[in-house]
Design a protein around this ligand. Structure first.
Ligand SMILES: [Fe+2]
Ligand SMILES: [Fe+2]
Length: 213
Protein backbone atom coordinates (compact mmCIF):
# COMPACT_ATOMS: atom_id res chain seq x y z
CA UNK A 1 0.00 0.00 0.00
CA UNK A 2 2.80 2.40 1.02
CA UNK A 3 4.80 1.56 -2.02
CA UNK A 4 1.72 2.10 -4.16
CA UNK A 5 1.15 5.48 -2.50
CA UNK A 6 4.71 6.66 -2.99
CA UNK A 7 4.59 5.61 -6.61
CA UNK A 8 1.39 7.63 -7.07
CA UNK A 9 2.97 10.57 -5.22
CA UNK A 10 5.97 10.40 -7.49
CA UNK A 11 3.78 10.29 -10.58
CA UNK A 12 1.86 13.37 -9.40
CA UNK A 13 5.14 15.17 -8.66
CA UNK A 14 6.46 14.34 -12.14
CA UNK A 15 3.27 15.52 -13.78
CA UNK A 16 3.36 18.72 -11.69
CA UNK A 17 6.89 19.44 -13.00
CA UNK A 18 5.70 18.98 -16.58
CA UNK A 19 2.78 21.38 -16.07
CA UNK A 20 4.86 23.98 -14.24
CA UNK A 21 7.36 23.93 -17.10
CA UNK A 22 4.96 23.97 -20.03
CA UNK A 23 2.09 26.13 -18.77
CA UNK A 24 3.03 29.81 -19.19
CA UNK A 25 3.59 31.71 -15.88
CA UNK A 26 3.29 28.51 -13.79
CA UNK A 27 6.97 28.25 -12.77
CA UNK A 28 7.71 29.64 -9.30
CA UNK A 29 11.19 31.16 -8.93
CA UNK A 30 13.08 30.94 -5.63
CA UNK A 31 15.09 34.11 -6.31
CA UNK A 32 13.82 37.49 -7.53
CA UNK A 33 14.52 38.32 -11.15
CA UNK A 34 17.89 40.06 -11.70
CA UNK A 35 15.85 42.59 -13.72
CA UNK A 36 13.71 43.50 -10.69
CA UNK A 37 15.35 46.85 -9.90
CA UNK A 38 16.35 47.85 -13.39
CA UNK A 39 14.43 50.46 -15.26
CA UNK A 40 12.68 49.62 -18.54
CA UNK A 41 13.91 51.45 -21.62
CA UNK A 42 11.83 52.23 -24.65
CA UNK A 43 12.48 50.04 -27.68
CA UNK A 44 11.70 50.22 -31.36
CA UNK A 45 9.29 47.57 -32.65
CA UNK A 46 12.14 45.80 -34.48
CA UNK A 47 14.27 45.70 -31.28
CA UNK A 48 11.34 44.41 -29.25
CA UNK A 49 10.62 41.61 -31.73
CA UNK A 50 14.29 40.67 -31.91
CA UNK A 51 14.59 40.57 -28.11
CA UNK A 52 11.45 38.45 -27.78
CA UNK A 53 12.92 36.00 -30.32
CA UNK A 54 16.15 35.72 -28.32
CA UNK A 55 14.40 35.41 -24.96
CA UNK A 56 12.09 32.77 -26.45
CA UNK A 57 15.16 30.71 -27.39
CA UNK A 58 16.51 31.06 -23.84
CA UNK A 59 13.14 30.11 -22.40
CA UNK A 60 12.98 26.96 -24.56
CA UNK A 61 16.54 26.15 -23.48
CA UNK A 62 15.32 26.21 -19.88
CA UNK A 63 12.33 24.01 -20.79
CA UNK A 64 14.88 21.54 -22.16
CA UNK A 65 16.96 21.83 -18.97
CA UNK A 66 13.92 21.01 -16.83
CA UNK A 67 13.12 17.97 -18.98
CA UNK A 68 16.75 16.86 -19.00
CA UNK A 69 17.03 16.98 -15.20
CA UNK A 70 13.66 15.28 -14.81
CA UNK A 71 14.54 12.47 -17.21
CA UNK A 72 17.89 11.93 -15.50
CA UNK A 73 16.32 12.07 -12.07
CA UNK A 74 14.19 9.07 -12.98
CA UNK A 75 17.00 6.81 -14.18
CA UNK A 76 20.32 8.06 -12.73
CA UNK A 77 21.66 6.77 -9.42
CA UNK A 78 23.85 9.72 -8.46
CA UNK A 79 23.92 8.88 -4.74
CA UNK A 80 26.36 11.66 -3.81
CA UNK A 81 25.22 14.35 -6.15
CA UNK A 82 21.46 14.14 -6.14
CA UNK A 83 21.18 17.13 -3.80
CA UNK A 84 23.37 19.29 -6.05
CA UNK A 85 21.38 18.16 -9.05
CA UNK A 86 18.15 19.23 -7.36
CA UNK A 87 19.71 22.59 -6.49
CA UNK A 88 20.75 23.05 -10.13
CA UNK A 89 17.25 22.07 -11.28
CA UNK A 90 15.76 24.71 -8.94
CA UNK A 91 18.06 27.35 -10.44
CA UNK A 92 16.81 26.29 -13.86
CA UNK A 93 13.26 26.93 -12.63
CA UNK A 94 14.37 30.47 -11.74
CA UNK A 95 15.79 30.94 -15.25
CA UNK A 96 12.59 29.60 -16.78
CA UNK A 97 10.41 31.97 -14.73
CA UNK A 98 12.65 35.02 -15.35
CA UNK A 99 12.64 34.46 -19.14
CA UNK A 100 8.90 33.83 -19.11
CA UNK A 101 8.25 37.08 -17.21
CA UNK A 102 10.55 39.08 -19.50
CA UNK A 103 8.80 37.73 -22.61
CA UNK A 104 5.47 38.73 -21.11
CA UNK A 105 6.75 42.24 -20.31
CA UNK A 106 7.76 42.56 -23.95
CA UNK A 107 4.30 41.37 -25.02
CA UNK A 108 5.68 38.28 -26.70
CA UNK A 109 4.84 34.62 -26.31
CA UNK A 110 6.81 31.51 -25.51
CA UNK A 111 7.47 28.90 -28.20
CA UNK A 112 4.72 26.64 -29.50
CA UNK A 113 7.38 23.96 -29.98
CA UNK A 114 8.11 23.63 -26.24
CA UNK A 115 6.18 20.35 -25.70
CA UNK A 116 8.16 18.67 -28.51
CA UNK A 117 11.50 19.90 -27.12
CA UNK A 118 10.43 18.84 -23.64
CA UNK A 119 9.74 15.28 -24.77
CA UNK A 120 12.99 15.01 -26.74
CA UNK A 121 15.10 16.32 -23.83
CA UNK A 122 13.30 14.15 -21.30
CA UNK A 123 14.09 11.08 -23.43
CA UNK A 124 17.75 12.04 -23.85
CA UNK A 125 18.08 12.71 -20.11
CA UNK A 126 16.50 9.39 -19.20
CA UNK A 127 18.76 7.50 -21.62
CA UNK A 128 21.91 9.27 -20.35
CA UNK A 129 20.87 8.53 -16.76
CA UNK A 130 20.28 4.86 -17.55
CA UNK A 131 23.66 4.48 -19.28
CA UNK A 132 25.49 5.59 -16.15
CA UNK A 133 26.28 8.48 -13.85
CA UNK A 134 29.53 9.46 -15.57
CA UNK A 135 27.72 9.86 -18.90
CA UNK A 136 24.74 11.48 -17.26
CA UNK A 137 26.87 14.13 -15.54
CA UNK A 138 28.96 14.51 -18.69
CA UNK A 139 25.75 15.23 -20.57
CA UNK A 140 24.86 17.96 -18.05
CA UNK A 141 28.34 19.50 -18.44
CA UNK A 142 28.23 19.40 -22.26
CA UNK A 143 24.71 20.87 -22.27
CA UNK A 144 25.68 23.67 -19.90
CA UNK A 145 28.72 24.46 -22.03
CA UNK A 146 26.44 24.72 -25.06
CA UNK A 147 23.96 26.93 -23.19
CA UNK A 148 26.82 29.16 -22.02
CA UNK A 149 27.88 29.70 -25.64
CA UNK A 150 24.32 30.65 -26.57
CA UNK A 151 24.11 33.10 -23.74
CA UNK A 152 27.41 34.75 -24.73
CA UNK A 153 26.09 35.05 -28.26
CA UNK A 154 22.77 36.51 -27.10
CA UNK A 155 24.49 38.99 -24.81
CA UNK A 156 26.22 40.30 -27.96
CA UNK A 157 23.01 40.35 -29.99
CA UNK A 158 20.69 42.01 -27.45
CA UNK A 159 19.92 45.68 -28.08
CA UNK A 160 22.57 47.43 -25.98
CA UNK A 161 20.06 49.56 -24.03
CA UNK A 162 17.91 46.58 -22.93
CA UNK A 163 19.45 46.29 -19.48
CA UNK A 164 16.59 44.24 -18.04
CA UNK A 165 17.08 41.30 -20.44
CA UNK A 166 20.86 41.66 -20.11
CA UNK A 167 20.75 41.36 -16.30
CA UNK A 168 18.75 38.12 -16.57
CA UNK A 169 21.09 36.57 -19.13
CA UNK A 170 24.19 37.57 -17.16
CA UNK A 171 22.93 35.84 -14.00
CA UNK A 172 21.95 32.79 -16.05
CA UNK A 173 25.43 32.74 -17.60
CA UNK A 174 26.97 32.67 -14.14
CA UNK A 175 24.65 29.90 -12.91
CA UNK A 176 25.19 27.72 -16.00
CA UNK A 177 28.99 27.98 -15.67
CA UNK A 178 28.58 26.86 -12.07
CA UNK A 179 26.40 23.87 -13.14
CA UNK A 180 29.00 22.87 -15.72
CA UNK A 181 31.84 22.99 -13.18
CA UNK A 182 29.82 21.02 -10.65
CA UNK A 183 28.94 18.28 -13.16
CA UNK A 184 32.59 17.84 -14.18
CA UNK A 185 33.87 17.91 -10.59
CA UNK A 186 31.25 15.30 -9.66
CA UNK A 187 32.86 12.94 -12.18
CA UNK A 188 31.10 13.76 -15.44
CA UNK A 189 32.81 12.43 -18.55
CA UNK A 190 34.18 15.02 -20.96
CA UNK A 191 32.26 14.40 -24.16
CA UNK A 192 34.32 13.82 -27.29
CA UNK A 193 34.21 16.40 -30.08
CA UNK A 194 31.80 14.46 -32.40
CA UNK A 195 29.23 14.19 -29.59
CA UNK A 196 29.57 17.93 -28.90
CA UNK A 197 29.21 18.61 -32.62
CA UNK A 198 25.96 16.60 -32.68
CA UNK A 199 24.66 18.65 -29.76
CA UNK A 200 25.66 21.87 -31.51
CA UNK A 201 23.71 20.86 -34.63
CA UNK A 202 20.64 20.01 -32.52
CA UNK A 203 20.82 23.34 -30.74
CA UNK A 204 21.13 25.15 -34.10
CA UNK A 205 17.86 23.49 -35.20
CA UNK A 206 16.26 24.59 -31.92
CA UNK A 207 17.42 28.20 -32.10
CA UNK A 208 16.50 28.65 -35.77
CA UNK A 209 12.96 27.33 -35.28
CA UNK A 210 12.18 28.83 -31.87
CA UNK A 211 13.31 32.37 -32.80
CA UNK A 212 10.14 32.54 -34.95
CA UNK A 213 7.74 29.83 -33.77
FE1 LIG B 1 19.40 27.54 -17.03
FE1 LIG C 1 22.08 25.06 -15.98
Amino acid sequence: MNRQLSRTDNLIHQFDTVLRTLVPHAARPSRPSPAANIEETSMTEADREHTVGLMRINHTGEVCAQALYQGQGLTAKLPDTREQMEQAAQEEVDHLAWCDARIEELEGRTSLLNPAFYMASFGLGAIAGAVGDRISLGFVAATEEQVGKHLDDHLQKLPSHDRRSRAILEQMREDEAHHERWALEAGGARFPLPAKLGMRIMSKVMTKSVYRI
